[in-house]
Design a protein around this ligand. Structure first.
Ligand code: M6R
Length: 605
């Protein structure tokens, strides 16, 4: 959740750290801070709020030094005040941390009992005091760091500087990602490839239990038994220039409008349009023998899983369970022997989803993951990885990752159906042709964005907004509601259209806009009837449909969608609901890319 950067460099560290923190702000923006080590000792600057507040502090009181650590925070323990901001520092050490130290209370009691004092309420400060205690006991830095790690329980990534050691930095990973970046006479640590974009493209991902001792010229990695280990070096695909808003006002806006391009890019990796085939990466299992599929994810990725269930069951006739990751392990799921569990995550680091993946692995399932971040933990722990190739997604509200996830899942469903012998080659080729057409239709929808903008402005004053759809459009309704509430703070819910009369219709009056998602298919007649029931109770219905305008008679508004094949239609309907949320948020003046209380990557349970 928090963003971490560490630099042992040869030029002033603060400007480089601030550039990196700018790219990391999507991971948390409750407070930010930096510390450097020089011959004069450790020094830090911290500020509650966004990174701009820290910039102001640094402008007034600059920090020198070529080596430093920096942090953007998503608060877990302790309010987002300056005292709770990282780095946490004692006279001996400065520390930044991502994750949760679960046994911090007992450690705090122990340290308080021997005279340690604490300035804030965070679990991280306990680590700083504990390491200080081991150094004060006369341990060498490496021994003190090892002894500290041995006492910590929970999930964490740590980056540490030590007073008097200008050419030394420690990092450790347990549950929360941490990556080493190597350079020419300088080395780095970061919470992900984004942190290190522009600093290094040679990355070494630490594994759980690993810790690293880093100087400008050396990187030594040890496992949890303190045995020296080699971890593979990978080349980062993330360039600093990719993480740029361009001419757009917000990252979310840029990412919405990128969708025709990135979906085409994603499909390009999975479709062979010349031969009318789907090509999936190699897997150590045979799709033809998979008896059941379990899809697990959180948030928007969970709604992608729900859409995929319709595709997989309808086209491939394979039973599918779909679960919210944070609930999955606790319901003691019944797995099918030889079953395939698929974990969907933009970041590939979401702790709930990762824990579910490990549960399924322990139960002997085949493991596949659908991720955007290639070197992510989920990707590394899967038997088969289906990357979505969306490029870095910075806006906290997931947009292009959703449509790319859907595109990959649609291709997967078609390939599974083919492997199972449920559809013939001609049907596969027809689906491939349909998928190939999606980017063109997406661009067509985006060209009409002004219509959606006007609707969004009109309804942005509402207190509650409902989204309704049937069948495969029910998850799209829920995704629309999630998008709207997370960035505009308007209360919104997504319902199955037929379910409204069982309770939620009591909410309807002339102040409640209802977004009806009703493509012209075999269910649209029923959905339109449900929308009529809403209108009869004075609800303001806004219809998203390719149906002709007579069906929209007396409705408050109608956004005309293009007609498309069944497979790609849900992908297309994601766009107007994203635009609606975006323009409603802009109208309300909220912080679109960094909505309150949220962070992009949720690495705590
Ligand atoms: O990185 P992941 O896909 O695992 O993230 C899952 C959710 O946290 C994420 O989709 C979240 O719901 C978004 N903010 C929704 O826009």
């Amino acid at each position: 959740m928090c963003g971490i950067v560490g630099i042992l460099g040869n030029s002033p560290a603060v400007p480089r750290m601030m550039e990196s923190l700018k790219r990391l702000e999507y991971r948390g923006y409750d407070s930010a801070g930096v510390a450097t080590v020089t011959s004069a000792g450790l020094n830090r600057r911290r500020a509650p709020g966004k990174l701009s507040a820290l910039s102001d502090v640094l402008a007034a009181a600059p920090l020198e030094g070529d080596s430093g650590i920096g942090h953007t925070r998503w608060a877990t323990h302790g309010e987002p005040t300056e005292n709770n901001a990282h780095p946490h520092q004692t006279e001996r050490v400065a520390i930044v941390h991502n994750g949760i130290i679960e046994n911090f209370k007992s450690l705090k009691n122990e340290l308080s009992g021997t005279g340690a004092t604490f300035e804030g309420d965070t679990d991280t400060e306990v680590v700083a005091r504990l390491l200080t205690r081991y150094l004060e006991d006369g341990n060498a830095p490496r021994d003190a760091f090892q002894a500290t790690l041995a006492r910590l329980e929970g999930a964490f990534a740590l980056c540490v500087l030590i007073n008097g050691e200008e050419n030394l930095m420690f990092g450790a990973r347990e549950g929360s990602p941490l990556v080493v970046g190597t350079g020419q006479g300088e080395n780095f640590l970061g919470s992900d490839a984004m942190a290190l974009a522009g600093l290094s493209n040679q990355l070494i991902y630490l594994e759980d239990g690993d810790w690293a001792e880093i100087t400008r010229d050396t990187v030594q990695i040890f496992d949890r038994n303190n045995t020296a280990v080699q971890r593979p070096v990978s080349i980062s695909q993330v360039a600093a220039t990719m993480i740029d808003k361009g001419n757009h006002r917000h990252f979310m806006q840029k990412e919405i409008y990128e969708q025709p391009t990135v979906v085409a890019q994603a499909l390009g990796r999975y479709l062979d349009p010349i031969n009318g085939r789907v090509k999936l990466p190699d897997a150590p299992f045979d799709l033809a023998t998979i008896p059941k599929i379990t899809l697990v994810a959180c948030g928007t990725s969970f709604y992608a899983a729900q859409v995929a269930r319709y595709w997989i069951e309808k086209i491939a006739r394979v039973p599918v369970d779909v679960d919210i990751a944070s609930e999955f392990r606790y319901r003691d799921p019944v797995y099918a022997e030889n079953g395939l569990s698929i974990f969907i995550s933009q970041s590939g680091e979401t702790m709930d989803t990762l824990a579910a993946l490990r549960h399924a692995r322990a139960a002997g399932q085949h493991i596949a993951s659908i991720v955007n971040v290639l070197g992510s933990t989920m990707a590394r722990e899967s038997d088969m990885v289906l990357p979505i190739h969306a490029g870095p997604e910075v806006g906290v509200a997931s947009t292009k990752a959703f449509t790319c996830q859907l595109s990959v899942l649609a291709a997967f469903a078609v390939q599974l159906a083919s492997a199972k012998g449920r559809i013939d080659d001609a049907a596969v080729a027809a689906y491939v042709a349909e998928l190939e057409h999606a980017p063109t239709l997406m661009a067509k929808i985006l060209r009409k964005d002004e219509e959606i903008e006007a609707i969004a402005q009109d309804i942005s004053g509402a207190r509650d907004i409902l989204f309704v759809g049937r069948g495969i459009y029910f998850p799209i309704a829920m995704e629309g509601a999630l998008k709207l509430k997370e960035i505009s703070y308007i209360h919104a819910e997504g319902y199955a259209a037929g379910e409204l009369k069982h309770g939620p219709i009591a909410l309807i009056d002339e102040n409640v806009p209802v977004i009806g998602i009703a493509p012209n298919d075999d269910l649209s007649g029923k959905t339109i009837s449900n929308l009529q029931e809403i209108m009869a109770r004075k609800g303001k219905v806004i219809l998203l449909s390719d149906t002709d305008s007579t069906a929209a008679d007396n409705m408050y508004a109608h956004f005309q969608m293009p007609t498309a094949g069944d497979l790609i239609t849900p992908i297309l309907y994601a766009l107007p609901v994203q635009l609606l949320a975006y323009y409603a948020a802009v109208e309300k003046g909220t912080d679109v890319d960094m909505p309150r209380n949220l962070a992009k990557s949720v690495t705590v349970e």
